[in-house]
Design a binder for this molecule. Structure first.
Ligand code: Z5A
Ligand code: MG
Length: 224
């Protein structure tokens, strides 16, 4: 049995550069010598039937209660979980654009009395837990200057401020449990990419050396 792959998640506010960095990271890992087997994922995955519903909601073509859309975002991760586990177990590193942290941050940020912080975490409890969460920070002024900002449902200054607050709480609550690394994403694409690659190579090496079990998110126990 080969050692399992590492599971790395890129999180952060809108337009911090997650998708740009994920693509650079995948290329640099797969073109290294020897190449690191790597697979990229992103959430929401808009290509599945559940993802199609999420896409309609984000594009404001469909409306839904805050609770219902939250559960769909979570289902979209659970439907991907078996393949994610299999990929990690066969020794491939998975790099993922957004995960359950975005799920909690965006719904809890709405401050709707029926979906508070703890309720929001519930549906994602037990998913495969990342070995590393890279949290890309971006200042409000930089965020608003970047391409296409303002086109989708959650892209308002007020909601984004509230999302920032929930991400800070998630990071603080996970302190010591799983490494979050904060990366200043106001800098150039190249500078951000350098820091990300360094952190990912480090965790990759550790996971390959120690071959730890795949832990469960916000829960005891492991998937093995
Ligand atoms: N959501 C949720 O509510 N619940 C959930 O469970 C999940 C998500 C998983 C869509 O997500 C929405 O779903 C999102 C959260 C919510 N809410 N909103 N709004 P998405 O991931 O599909 O969103 P997106 O459309 O990909 O946007 P994004 O992720 O916010 O952007 P990004 O990936 O972080 O940035 P980017 O596309 O790489 O870069 C944006 C632009 O900036 C682009 O023109 C780049 O060329 C430029 N860029 C990037 N980096 C730099 C640097 N360093 N310097 C200068 N310019 C840069
Ligand atoms: Mg993106």
């Amino acid at each position: 049995m080969p050692a399992r792959g590492a599971f790395v998640v890129l999180e952060g506010l809108d337009r911090c550069g997650k998708t740009t960095q994920l693509s650079l990271l995948r290329s640099s890992l797969s073109s290294s010598s020897p190449p690191t087997p790597v697979k990229a994922l992103n959430f929401p995955d808009r290509t599945t039937p559940i993802g199609t519903m999420i896409n309609s909601y984000l594009k404001t073509a469909a409306d839904m209660s805050d609770n219902a859309i939250h559960l769909l975002f979570s289902s979209n991760r659970w439907e991907a979980a078996p393949a994610l586990l299999e990929t990690l177990r066969e020794g491939t590193t998975v790099v993922c654009d957004r995960y359950a942290f975005s799920g909690v941050a965006f719904t809890a940020a709405k401050n709707n009395g029926t979906c508070g912080y703890d309720w929001c975490k519930g549906p994602d409890v037990g998913l495969p837990r990342p070995d590393l969460v890279l949290f890309l920070t971006v200042s409000e002024s930089v965020q608003e200057k970047r391409g296409d900002y303002g086109g989708e449902r959650y892209e308002t200054r007020e909601l984004q401020r509230s999302v920032r607050g929930v991400f800070d709480r998630l990071r603080a609550d996970d302190e010591g449990e799983r490494p979050w690394k904060v990366v200043d994403a106001d800098r150039s694409v190249e500078e951000v990419a350098r820091d990300i690659e360094e952190a990912v190579r480090e965790v990759e090496e550790r996971v390959r050396g120690e071959n730890p079990p795949i832990a469960k998110l916000w829960a005891e126990g492991s998937w093995d």
